[in-house]
Design a protein around this ligand. Structure first.
Ligand code: SAH
Length: 219
């Protein structure tokens, strides 16, 4: 890790401990998720000017009109994704953004495939993964509405921008028993979990959320 990223003051280990304690108070119970978030430096995923705020429970701007998701949402979505009997081999993420959610996943599953439509965000995320020695992440500059067919099926899919309706391609690219965790809707979005079962798709709504919208085309 570069010296300037080691963390002092507001970006230190103690600050992360406080964030994890707050996540537990908010109801996050998966110890593996909490442990990863306790050690992963979230401050390197935002602009240096915002680093001191990076452990607050809030979304922060990352440029190009996008935001890094708040820690609670990252923890909750990851926890839901991991709530299966079997270990996760392949996970698809739509919306790499800063790469923070990607990095959390990379510590918990075998391979992460992440799609982002804005090239400069993808480039910055890639540099962060290199700095953190995360080698089990594959990035793709593409419109994630179509998923990433080349590596399908996925044991889990996580979507970090809100589509108005769940894209059919993402459902198709789920493995049997796999879960899709995604916000759905326009202004009022619902965090939704879809499980693919032999009897069909099971749907469960978790809570109301606010994400940036899923957009089409590339930047
Ligand atoms: N997990 C990210 C969230 C970033 S915000 C983080 O915590 O940093 C959502 C991201 O989804 C943005 O980077 C946005 O550009 C991206 N996005 C929106 N629509 C998309 C699409 N159709 N395909 C791929 N990425 C998309």
């Amino acid at each position: 890790m570069k010296p300037e990223h080691r963390g002092i003051g507001m970006t230190s280990q103690r600050t992360r401990e406080r964030m994890v304690k707050r996540l537990q108070e908010q109801g996050i119970t998966n110890m593996r998720v909490l442990d990863v978030m306790r050690h992963l430096p979230r401050h390197i995923f935002v602009d240096e000017a915002l680093a001191s705020r990076s452990y607050e429970d809030t979304a922060l701007p990352i440029g190009h009109g996008q935001t890094i998701s708040q820690p609670y949402i990252v923890a909750r979505m990851t926890e839901i994704l991991l709530e299966t009997d079997t270990a996760l081999d392949k996970v698809l993420e739509v919306g790499t953004g800063s790469g923070y959610q990607t990095a959390v996943l990379a510590k918990l599953v075998r391979s992460v495939y992440s799609v982002e439509r804005i090239r400069p965000l993808q480039d910055s995320a890639r540099r962060r993964f290199q700095e953190l020695n995360l080698f089990n992440i594959l990035l793709h500059h593409s419109d994630g509405t179509w998923g990433w067919q080349d590596h399908a099926p996925y044991d889990g899919i996580i979507v970090t921008a809100a589509p108005s309706q769940i894209p059919e391609s993402l459902l198709e690219q789920l493995a049997m028993g796999g879960r899709l965790v995604t916000p759905v809707g326009g202004h009022q979005q619902k965090l939704t979990v879809i499980t693919k079962t032999p009897a069909g798709y099971e749907q469960q709504v978790v809570k109301q959320v606010t994400f940036v919208p899923m957009l089409s085309g590339l930047e």
